[in-house]
Design a protein around this ligand. Structure first.
Ligand code: 5AD
Ligand code: SF4
Length: 437
């Protein structure tokens, strides 16, 4: 029996898919190379925007057509709103909320009960050998008014730090080069178990201590923190351990205080900029990315212009810009009208991308001439290049056909750049841990 998984949306869904794959392989399923050759197809749904949910409906209709000619079992898991879950029950063979994943073998009726009870205890079947996603928390208590996550994933629950550290240790032992600590709100880690659990800064410190001692170079990333909970302590811990990557995703969402208030973000632009400046003061070579929503409810032209000014001021390296998409059942859907036209959202997206590009290009130009480490990810065979990522997760390409470098660190001299990509020349392999050398 072969399975195929289709994770949509963010890194958390990719990490969840690896645990679902872990359960399926533990009961004898093997991976199919495509949907076409699979006996069991699962989609890990994302509810952040309507377009992602539309894809789920599109896919399941297609799979249900296939059922006329062959047997195939379908299931849906991941981030689902109650309203969609109801509809999914009629379209999929199985609807599997994440906390029910350990019971999947039982649901598939062929096997007995699962060997573990809790989702996080499942051993993931990892997509990559050299990089890994490690969930540290699930759910969110912030209730930003536009966001589906508190409804699809529920309240914030921190995973035990002992389990996290055990997983990180075994990943490092098995040679993993890059680990991302994942959560919807990583810097409120432990607050749900106050007094019993480490704080996020303490957890990061423990992970950093472990990774600094690794037999090879390791980069640790974390995503995403909430600006409101960001502390000097976290940034100082990040600066202290060489293995903690100089990368920060700090979601701004809007550059206007009235919009931020309507979004229930609970910080001001001024506070956000204080945190950003502090991050760059403590770690001057920090690569900074952000998330922004354009066209939220009745966002005016002036309010949008404030976001443009904020993006200019912040000179981000990358921004994940989203056009506001109403989610059924969230506070914004009930309280505010979605008045900005689709075309206008698109226009604001383009305008903001152009502003972002100027800052990103300028940042990249500062790297030209420098020699930096990068982790090789893929080969582009047709033009004889390898594609890698820097510590700040910037793409960098260089001429080489040596595919054995994939999954390893290299040193590259940056020769040129555009706003989204660096180009360089390969200098040497760079897997050894610089801290131990
Ligand atoms: N519409 C558009 N973008 C959204 N995001 C979250 N909810 C919505 C929505 N309803 C964006 C936010 C968040 C990112 C993961 O997705 O910018 O940071
Ligand atoms: Fe959604 Fe806000 Fe929670 Fe992020 S912090 S997951 S945007 S509710």
């Amino acid at each position: 029996m072969k399975y195929f998984l289709l994770p949509l949306g963010c890194a958390t869904n990719k990490a969840d898919a690896e645990r679902i794959a872990g359960v399926l392989s533990s009961v004898g399923y093997t991976t199919a190379n495509s949907e076409e050759e699979a006996d069991l197809i699962g989609v890990i749904a994302c509810s952040i925007r309507q377009s992602a949910i539309d894809r789920v409906y599109g896919k399941v209709h297609q799979w249900n057509q296939w059922k006329k000619n062959r047997t195939v079992t379908t299931f849906v898991s991941g981030c689902m709103l109650a309203a969609d879950q109801k509809k999914f029950l009629k379209l999929f063979d199985l609807v599997v909320p994440l906390d029910k994943v350990p019971e999947m073998p039982h649901m598939l009726k062929e096997y007995g009960t699962s060997p573990v009870e809790h989702f996080w205890d499942i051993t993931p079947k990892r997509q990559h050998q050299y990089k890994a996603l490690v969930p540290i928390q699930n759910g969110c208590d912030k209730f930003c008014t536009y966001c589906a996550v508190p409804y699809t994933r529920g309240r914030e629950v921190s995973r035990s730090s002992k389990d996290i550290l055990k997983e990180v240790e075994s990943l490092i032992q098995s040679g993993v080069r890059q680990i991302t600590l994942l959560g919807q709100n990583v810097n409120s880690y432990g607050l749900d178990k106050k007094g019993e659990e480490l704080s996020f800064a303490q957890l990061l410190d423990a992970v950093g201590t472990m990774a600094d001692k690794a037999p090879h170079r390791v980069w640790i990333h974390y995503t995403s923190p909430h600006p409101r909970d960001m502390t000097r302590e976290v940034l100082e811990v990040q600066a202290k351990h060489p293995s903690l990557a100089h990368y920060l995703n700090l979601p701004l969402q809007s550059g206007n205080n009235d919009v931020l208030k309507k979004m229930n973000r609970r910080y001001t632009v001024e506070h956000y900029m204080t945190i950003l400046d502090l991050a760059r003061e403590i770690i001057p070579d920090m690569t900074v990315s952000t998330d922004i929503i354009v066209g939220f409810c009745d966002e005016t032209e002036e309010q949008f212009t404030d976001t443009c000014r904020a993006v200019e001021r912040a000179h981000y390296d990358i921004a994940f810009i989203a056009q506001y998409s109403v989610r059924p059942g969230v506070v914004a859907e009930k309280r505010f009208a979605d008045t900005v036209a689709k075309d206008e959202k698109k226009r604001r997206h383009t305008v903001l991308t152009d502003i972002l590009k100027i800052g990103a290009l300028n940042n990249n130009q500062q790297l030209v001439g420098k020699t930096i480490p990068a982790l090789v990810e893929t080969a582009s065979r047709k033009d004889g290049k390898l594609l890698a990522r820097t510590e700040g997760l910037k793409s960098i390409e260089f001429a080489s056909t040596d595919e054995s470098l994939i999954g390893h660190f290299v040193l590259v001299r940056v020769e040129s750049c555009d706003a989204w990509r660096l180009s360089g020349t390969y200098l040497s392999a760079a897997d050894e841990n610089p801290i131990r050398a």
